[in-house]
Each structure stands twice: as C-alpha cells, then as structure tokens.
Design a protein around this ligand. Structure first.
Ligand code: NAD
Length: 486
C-alpha cells in the first residue's frame, strides 16, 4: 500500500466482507486535504438484520468457548495488530488526521487493551453464598449478557472500538460494532485480525452507514441485549433514552470539559508545559482533554506565559509528515465550531494570547489557541470545545477553584497540581469527576476504570468494571433431593 492509498471498506458480517445489499457507499475524506480518499459500504435495513442474525448465531457458539480459548484468540489478534502497526497507523492518520507517531501509539495501546481484557476474561469468577440449609447450595454465576451493539467515535477510532469489543468478547458476548463513519479503516483491521486469530463466524460484525438509522435499528432489536456508546452528551442522552424504552443495559462514555486546578504551591512552568502538551494532543479532540485551566492568581502570569510558549512551539501540518505535533481537525464541523467558539469568547472579553484562526485554506487545520481571562459566560467555558482551545482563568481561594471545577454539568476528567496533602484531601472528596489525576495527566490505562459522572455518562470502559458491564450476575440455587438421609 502506498503512503496515501486507502482501501474500500466493506461491511463485515459472518466472517465475510460484503458490499451493502443496496450497493450504496459513502466517501471517506482526508481532513488534511479535504479530498475523497476512499469509500465505505452504507448498510441498509437488510444488512443490519443480517448482522444481528449472525451475532445471534455467533453468540450461541462463543458463549460455550472456554474463557481460556477466548483469551488465546484475543491475544493472537493483539499480536497481529502490533505486527501491522505501521499500516494501521497510516490508515488512522489519513482518515482522521492525527500525527503518525500518535496513531502508532494508539495501535500499541489498543493491542495492550485487548491483551488486558484477554486476561481479565479468565477471571470472571462467581461465588458461593453460605446457605441456611446443609442440603442447599447457592451459586452466584456470571454469564455473558448476549449480543451487544457498540458505537464508537473517530477521535481514537481503533482504541475506542478495541476497549468495547475486547471487553465484550472476553466476557463471551457477540458484537455488532458501528465504528465512526469517518474513520472505519482501523476497526476493519481489528475485525480482520480477530478473524485470522480464530474468532468464530458471527461473533464480531461491523456495520457502517447513517448513525441514527443504525442505532435506532439495533437498540430496538429484541436480540440486542446491551449497548455501549462513546460520543457527545447530546447523542448519548438520545441513545440512553432509547435503551431505557427497550430495557437495554447501557454504558455511556460522553463528553467532558476537564478542569485543571493549579494551586499556588505548584511549579507553574512545569504544570503549564505538561498540560499544554496534553491539551494539544490529537488537536484537543479527546474527551478527557484538559480545557478549563483554573490557576492561582499568585502564579497566573508565569503559567499563561509558559502555556503560550508551548502552543507557539508546536508544528502544525500534514499528519504523515515527520516532526508534526498537531494535524488537522477531523472534519469540517470541528473547524466551524472552533471559529465560532473563539469569536464568541473574544466578544465576551477573553484575551486571545495566540492562535484563534484556521491555518491555510486547504484541509481543516486550526491553530493551537490560548484564551486568557476567559469569562464564565463564554460558550467555550460551557460547551465542550473538542478542539485545540485552552481557556485560562485565575482563582483566589480553593473553594472558588472547586466551585468552578464543579460548575458545569460535565463530570468526566479533572486534573490538579499541588504539593499540599490538605488540598489533595479536599479535591478527592469534593471534585465531581469520574477521574481525578493529581500532578500527572495519564488516565486511560486498560487496568483502571474510565468513565464519568453527571452528564458525562455512566459505566466504565476500563478495569474489571468494564467486564462487569458485559456480564449478568445470576443466582443458581440447588437443593438436594436426599435431605431426609442426612
Ligand atoms: P456527533 O455528536 O455528530 O458524533 C459523535 C459520534 O457519535 C460520531 O462517531 C457519530 O458516528 C456518533 N453518532 C452521532 N449520532 C449518532 C446516533 N444517532 N446514533 C449513533 N451514533 C451516533 O459529533 P461530532 O461532530 O462527530 O463530534 C463532536 C462531538 O462529539 C464533541 O463535542 C464531543 O462531545 C463528541 N465526541 C466525544 C468523544 C468521546 O471520546 N467521548 C469522541 C468523539 C466525539
């Protein structure tokens, strides 16, 4: 495959690649150029029906495959992804614009994630509850919930899918996956790796097309027993309502607006440098991206200066070119959103320190942007920017900082920098976030829970909690017939 070729993406149903039964396709666009680089099959109702039928047949086989054998298949697929890292990274970079080294790192993380769930699936222990009679046994057993539907976004197209698919497969569920329509290439590679590793037919199926048509069909389908969605809060609420109407279990990993509290005892330059690098990773298109920087007034200026220094040092450009720190935004929607949010914040009094504009007029590039003294009524201080936009504000008391951190309905990630144990204790109990990281910014490890509170959703995408989401806990009570003889 040459540097810029992109394969036509087909539906994957019953371990076979197929065109849509209606023959329809849609274009895949390179966000660095705006050019069409390939096409993907657009599923219709018959395709979706076929995918569910295959998932039902696949589940009947897969639930009886031992966790040990499931684990071997998953680990083989993880090895294959690592072997194909360069090729898969290139697909990710082409379809959604992250720099090639970040895309390669994503492939590694996806392989690690699959391996972790491969191991965790071997430990889906039940338990025995002591009974009130010597002739009765009470067993708590964990069973796979059944065929599940998973919906994943474009920002980490492979790893978001790997987290859901690996947890579901390790638990013994079958899957109908709907990757982001913009970036399906790496998920197709994952499906191929799993098939080559020995995954039985129908256990994983991949469909593409109009997201709302697919989610409405799958969530309502009586054979689908659980859904998992990663994406915006607004879409998540719609899907959660549908899941409720059809009594489907749901995991919702939704938007965030991560606050970063930098206290007066922290090193402002070290904190700003680490956080600016985290902010502009993947062009800020990360649900846990640090966004509202709430900085103690005593270190506000050096923090802002250091942050702006990092923003100004980043190389923005073609995601496949060496030495690039930030590629284009993933689609034209994000570009329009960034322009609107910056204009609104400046109109309301924010101090634009750097960036704030589209770069060039080809592709969807936007400059790393820093807005100081951002007023709380600016839209960007309330809506998830999901782009390379940092908003900084000073604070005077710890109480004010915590109040600002908790002001929004979001509650996904939060960060803080401090050396004080008292402050750590305050934050641990008072900050309303599913994940709080103090003096560090690494949150998405396969072995730790990953999820939000409030409007950021419910359920976990990491740790043993993520496996539980694909398991039903059931009681089996057995009483011996021979009670009299004992
Ligand atoms: P969007 O809401 O249009 O789409 C986000 C994702 O949801 C896409 O992958 C899309 O395929 C899917 N989607 C949309 N409508 C759906 C439906 N009815 N049924 C099933 N899936 C559906 O937003 P966008 O413009 O693509 O992305 C920007 C917003 O999305 C951001 O503001 C952010 O909140 C959110 N987002 C979040 C994450 C995350 O990791 N939590 C990832 C990507 C996008």
């Amino acid at each position: 495959m040459s540097e810029t070729t992109y394969p036509d993406i087909k539906l994957f149903i019953g371990n076979a690649w197929m065109a849509s039964q209606g023959g329809e396709t849609y274009p895949i666009i390179n966000p660095g150029t705006g050019d069409i680089i390939g096409k993907a099959a657009k599923a219709n109702r018959h395709d979706l029906e076929l995918a569910v039928a295959n998932a039902v047949a696949g589940f009947a086989v897969w639930r009886d495959v031992s966790p040990y054998e499931r684990s071997r298949i998953l680990r083989r697929a993880a090895d294959t992804l690592r072997q194909r890292r360069e090729r898969i990274a290139r697909l990710i970079s082409l379809e959604m614009g992250k720099p090639l080294p970040e895309a390669a790192a994503e492939v590694n993380v996806a392989a690690d994630t699959i391996e972790w769930f491969a191991e965790e699936g071997r430990r889906t222990y039940g338990r025995i509850v002591p009974s009130r009679s010597p002739t009765t046994e009470q067993m708590v057993v964990k069973s796979p919930v059944g065929p599940v539907a998973v919906f994943t976004p474009w920002n980490f197209p492979l790893n978001q899918a790997a987290r859901k698919i690996a947890a579901a497969l390790a638990a013994g569920c079958s899957v109908v996956a709907k990757p982001a329509e913009e970036a399906p290439g790496s998920v197709a590679e994952l499906a191929a790796a799993l098939m080559e590793a020995g995954l039985p037919s129908g256990v994983l199926n991949m469909v593409l097309g109009v997201p709302s048509d697919i989610s409405e069909f799958l969530i309502a389908h009586p054979q689908i027993r659980k859904i998992s969605f990663t994406g915006s809060t607004i879409v998540g609420k719609k899907l959660a309502a549908m899941a409720g109407a059809h009594m489907k279990r749901a995991t919702m990993e939704l938007g965030g607006h991560a606050p970063v509290l930098v206290f007066g005892d922290a090193d402002p330059v070290a904190a700003a440098t680490a956080m600016a690098r985290a902010k502009f990773r993947n062009a800020g298109q990360v649900c846990i991206s640090p966004t509202r920087f709430i900085v103690h007034r005593s270190i506000y200026e050096p923090f802002v200066d250091a942050f702006v220094g990092v923003a100004g040092s980043l190389t923005v450009g073609d995601s496949l070119a060496p030495g690039v720190d930030m590629g284009p935004l993933a689609n034209a929607r994000r570009l329009v959103a960034m322009e609107d949010l910056v204009r609104d914040a400046v109109e309301k009094g924010a101090d634009l320190k750097i960036g704030g504009r589209r770069r060039g007029n080809v592709g969807y590039f936007f400059e790393p942007t820093v807005l100081a003294d951002a007023p709380t009524n600016a839209r960007a201080m309330n809506e998830e920017p999901f782009g390379p936009l940092a908003l900084i504000r000073p604070f005077d008391s710890a109480g004010d900082a915590v109040a600002e951190a908790n002001r929004l309905p979001y509650g996904l990630a939060a960060f803080a920098y401090t050396r004080s144990n008292d402050v750590v204790s305050l934050l641990r109990t008072r900050v309303e976030a599913g994940m709080l990281s103090i003096n560090d910014n690494l949150l998405a490890l396969p072995e730790t829970p990953f999820g939000g509170v409030k409007d950021s959703g419910y359920g976990s995408e990491g740790g043993s909690e993520a496996m539980e989401a694909y398991l039903s806990t059931r009681l089996v009570k057995v009483t011996s017939e021979f009670e009299a003889s004992f």
